[in-house]
Structures are given as C-alpha cells and as structure tokens.
Design a protein around this ligand. Structure first.
Ligand code: HAM
Length: 452
C-alpha cells in the first residue's frame, strides 16, 4: 500500500511548549492547503449554497449528511487503489486499537462524497424505500494535493446523486439528462457564463476491459517516451494515461485508440438516448473522447463543466454514472449517477464575473445620546421583525462619525434617534446613496425602507 500514514503515537507528539519548556512564541497559522473563509466572501458562499438548495428542491432532491471520517477501505474499493486520489492524495492513518490484542482501524478523511453516500445507501437499506433516492450534500473534502490557485487540501463540494434499484428507473438516460439539466439551471441562476459541458461515455465494464487490452497494446511501444506516472499507469491502469496533463505526452495520447470506438451496443444506445434528451432540452455540449475522469467507479456517461477564466484548474464540476458501485461495496444492484461541484472554484468564477453578493445592512440606527441607546435597541428590534438587516451605532453619539460608519458598512439608510425625534414621533430617515433626508412617522418607517 503506497499510502503515507500518520501513525497516532503519543510518544511522537511534540510538546507545544518546546523541548526547553518555554512556550513557543511563533504564530500558529492555517495548515498548508487549507484556508479561512471570511466575510464578505462567506456571503458569496452562502449565496451559492442557497441557490443550490433552491435548485435541489425543485428537482426533488433531499439532503444527506455523511461523516467526514470513513473507513479507508471504502475509498480503496470505490474510487480505486490505482487512482491518484487514493494512491497519492489521501489523509489516512491507523487509528489506535481499542485493546492491545486488536489491530487499529485504518481511517481516512473523505476525498469525495459519492462513496460515503453509497455506503449510507447500503447501510440504511435505502433501496427498500419507494422510488429513487435523490440525495444532495454540501461539505468539505480532503486531498493531499500540491496547493495552487483553485486547488486546496481542504476544499468544498456541492454534490448530488440519483441511485436506486433498476426497477426505479435509475438506469435510464433520462436521469443523466435530469442531472445535467439541473446543473445547467443552477449555473444559469448564478449567472456563471463561459462554461462548457464536456461529455463522453466510458462504456460498460466489458467494453472497458476490451478497450484496456487495446490501450495496453498501443502503449507498449511508446510508454517509455512518456512521463513516470504514465509509464506506471500504462501497466497498472492504462485508462488513467488519458488524464495525463504533461504537455510532452499529449501527441502520444492523441494518437491512442478512442474509447468511443469500443462501446458495446447497450452503452452506445444509452449515450445516444442521453444526447437526444439533451438536444430536446437545448443544453449545449461537446463530446470529448478523451474524458475518462480520475475515479475508477465510472461506467457509461462521464462529464465535466469547464470554465474559461479559471486557468489550469478549470474543471468547475465533474460527474458520471456508477452503475456497479453499490455491488462493489456489498449492496444490491443499484445504478446511479451524480456530480460534484468544486465550490471553491465556483465562488472564484463568480468573483471573476464581478457578481455582487456581499450583504450590507438595510438600515443603520444612529443614537444621539446615552439616553437614546434603549430607544435605538427598541427600534432595531422592531425593524428586524420586518426582516430588515439592521446595525446600530456605537457610543460616540456624534452624528458625523455615526454617518461615516454607516457609509463604510454600505448601509442603504440611516435613522437618527434623538430627543427631538422621540418627542415628535417623527424619525429622520437618510438615504445614504442620494443624501436625501426626510422625517418619517415611526410607524411608517419599516414600510418606507422596504418600499425603496
Ligand atoms: P472530482 O472530479 O474528483 O469528482 O471532483 C469534483 C470537483 O471537485 C472537481 O471538478 C473540482 O471542481 C473540485 N475539486 C476536486 N479536487 C479539488 C481540490 N483539491 N481543490 C479544489 N477543488 C477540487 C468527484 O469528487 C466525484 N465524487 C463526483 C461525482 C459525484 N461523480 C458522481 N457523483
């Protein structure tokens, strides 16, 4: 097993106080490849999450939450031992045994969520429930990759899976089309442009077996001229050679046999069926004969959406069919299809497009004296009941400073609360973009702010 293990061993844990007992003074920073998401960026993340949840609702998907920590064997048996994800990128370790006589269990931080969803589907016998299981998830995933723009060791996926026994229609190309239609709708709703849907079929397992034989034959005379990874893959998992991004290898890869010429009748018919529905739905796509995806569980349909402005890490999402995965994990036959969006990349694409998603207060309340704090609190309480976003001023009680703060926060309005205002029941409402100020009866304040 070529996994880098972190063995939990107390004797090897460093003392945070340092060897001489003095408390270390150096700052502790976020771990390489991980990052803090801070406001206002988190407003964009919440905006994306909310749009995705809305979309999932109208396509009748329900949420599933699986643990971040799973048995390592789950990923070995699903994603595949020879894939980069499992062979090189897992955060995995042998957990302490519960008793001296026992062996520790190998655990892993999930590198993706499809395997966990299918494990839960089997563990909770979800196939016994009526119809299809249409499940979505939003959460962190972990891969020990070399960090760069758009590639992190902790990243976030928004994903969805449709899975069920064959009698539920889970094998139909209509399901592939439904998933692609939902994705197109979500990207459209978010205003993401310059995306292109790349589509391919990797055939059924028997088609792939035959194709692998052809690929091995074709690679034998040329593998020696390729990168180290390709030389290894040419023997262990030749399909992975097609994923190689090394520029010098591309001419050789371009000359290799194509999987589209090795599809059996069932896979071919399925792929044509999907394309007919996509055309009817007017979803643009292009066939990419080299798209095979970096996970072993795929059969038939595979796809990626790429984005023009994201540079090297341009796959904004990826997915495909995994009809044999449930059986490979000891469950009943349950074809499935799904996808995962890289939320970090989606948020980046939104930022590139200059989308305004940051949330600002609707109204800032400026109290003009210590005695006005209670009134300001009361007014804030009332306005928030009307679903308005309200911020209250500090204890400077100086109008100029308070209005400057309101402008810095991007508030749309300021309301001034002073002795005179209270006495007359008329509050001063200032529109901070036009500078216009008018007296508004207290009971009309919320309606006036909402109207504008
Ligand atoms: P995947 O292609 O490995 O597929 O990942 C899906 C997406 O996650 C990628 O297109 C990318 O946007 C994002 N992603 C992957 N690695 C990183 C990283 N290190 N940093 C930032 N973003 C990243 C899967 O994970 C499958 N489970 C998808 C699926 C669901 N297939 C069927 N159902």
């Amino acid at each position: 097993m070529c996994l880098r293990a972190i063995i939990y061993n107390r004797s090897r844990i460093p003392d945070p106080a340092g060897s001489d007992g003095s408390v270390a003074q150096s700052l502790i920073k976020a771990v390489r490849g991980t990052r803090d998401l801070l406001p206002p960026d988190t407003d964009t993340w919440n905006f994306v999450d909310a749009a995705a949840r809305d979309c999932f609702r109208v396509y009748n998907f329900h949420e599933i939450r699986t643990p971040i920590l799973e048995d390592l064997a789950l990923f070995q048996r699903s994603v595949g031992e020879e894939t980069d994800i499992v062979a090189k990128e897992m955060f995995a370790w042998e957990d302490r045994a519960r008793a001296e006589s026992e062996k520790g269990q190998w655990l892993a931080l999930r590198p993706e969520n499809t395997a966990g969803v299918v494990r839960a589907y089997i563990e909770h016998k979800l196939w016994e429930r009526p119809g299809l299981q249409k499940l979505f998830y939003i959460g962190p995933q972990f891969r020990r990759e070399r960090p760069q723009k758009g590639r992190y060791r902790q990243f976030y996926q928004i994903g969805a899976e449709i899975i069920g026994p064959p009698s539920s229609g889970s094998e139909s190309p209509a399901r592939d089309a439904e998933v692609l239609d939902m994705l197109a709708a979500l990207l459209d709703r978010l205003g993401i442009e310059h995306v292109s849907l790349q589509l391919n079929s990797v055939g059924d397992p028997e088609d792939r077996r035959q194709y692998n034989v052809r690929l091995r034959e074709a690679l034998e005379p040329v593998a020696g001229q390729m990168c180290t990874d390709c030389r290894r893959r040419a023997v262990t998992n030749p399909l992975r050679v097609l994923d190689c991004k090394v520029p010098a290898d591309q001419p050789i890869i371009g000359s290799l046999p194509r999987i589209s010429d090795h599809l059996g009748p069932a896979a071919r018919e399925h792929f044509e069926g999907l394309q007919r529905i996509l055309q009817r739905l007017e979803i643009p796509y292009s066939i990419n004969a080299r798209l095979v995806r970096g996970l072993d569980y795929y059969v038939r349909t595979v796809f990626e959406f790429t984005h023009g402005a994201l540079g090297a890490q341009n796959a904004i999402l990826g997915g495909g069919r995994y009809d044999g995965l449930s059986e490979a994990l000891g469950g009943p036959r349950s074809p499935g299809i799904g996808f995962a969006i890289g939320e970090d990349r989606l948020v980046m694409a939104l930022a590139e497009a200059g989308a305004a998603t940051a949330r600002a207060p609707d109204v800032f309340i400026a109290p003009l004296g210590p005695g006005m704090n209670a009134e300001a609190a009361r007014l804030a309480h009332e306005l928030r009941r009307h679903d308005l976003i309200v911020e209250t001023g500090d204890d400077s009680f100086r109008l100029k400073k308070l209005l400057e703060t309101a402008a810095r926060l991007g508030a749309h309005y300021a309301v001034i609360v002073g002795e005179d205002e209270l006495a007359t029941g008329q509050l001063a409402l200032k529109d901070l973009s036009s500078g216009e100020q008018r007296q508004v009866p207290r009971e009309e304040l919320a309606a006036r702010i909402i109207k504008n």
